[in-house]
Design a protein around this ligand. Sequence first.
Ligand code: ATP
Length: 278
Amino acid sequence: MISIRGLKKTYGRTEALAGIDLEVEAGELFAYLGPNGAGKTTTIRILTGLTRLSAGTAGLNGHDIEKQALAAKRQCGLVPQHINLDSELTVAENLDIHGRIFGMPKALRRERIGQLLGYVELSDRRDSLVKQLSGGLKRRLMIARALLHSPRILFLDEPTVGLDPGIRRRIWALVKRIQADGTTIFLTTHYIEEAEFLADRVAFIDRGRIVAVDSPAALMERMGAWAIDQVGDQGMETFYFTSRQEARDRAAGQQTEFTLRRVNLEDAFLALTGKRVK
Ligand code: ATP
């Protein structure tokens, strides 16, 4: 559904993307995980037609993003990182404008707006001004807007940044439902637990390069299953083990304080890039 070959992007002397190769299957929920400045937003902006690539090719559902730009654009819906709703208009008016931009006839717009507001549980706020909505509700409205023209692929750029944990989980449930209903999802995040919880596969991206692509479970297995964090002479050190017993044996007789825990995706990211995601 998404096919990327040798994708590069330079801004002056900054190499934002240094050659990306990636295939995302239809129906997959794919997470793009990396620290600030890794190149996540740049990738999404290129794929959704908001900025030009410098080299390479990319296709969405078989449509080349450069040669068949309009057809490619119709394949995707985008929820950008920053809220870009029209705050002086109502919820329904924001959706209606989007439908007009995509050339949807009036009857279809009305039908889809009703459906989508129900889907994201915003029907009762239909006539509220957007400036009266909380951050979580605005996020849901942006998701409804991105889905209005029935795209095959939904791009979510840091969908839960700045939201509190309860609201973040509601967004996660909504994202899972959208996938279950057949939409391919490409999501960027720097929240480890978001990628771990949501994604079928994760790409680790660092300084414009993909350093690993696999399922969260397979990426974590590369490290083992259990970890011990210990404060040593070199600062915090982490040791990895395949079994809990092995970890316990290592911990027994240690003088310094330690924490025994499950391996997480951050361990794998750290091992591959030498840096933490946050
Ligand atoms: P964040 O989580 O901070 O959004 P990101 O992984 O999405 O990070 P990008 O926004 O894609 O990273 O940025 C990748 C690199 O390209 C960074 O070094 C950034 O400073 C640079 N960059 C991005 N957009 C521009 C631009 N319009 N002009 C110049 N440099 C840019």
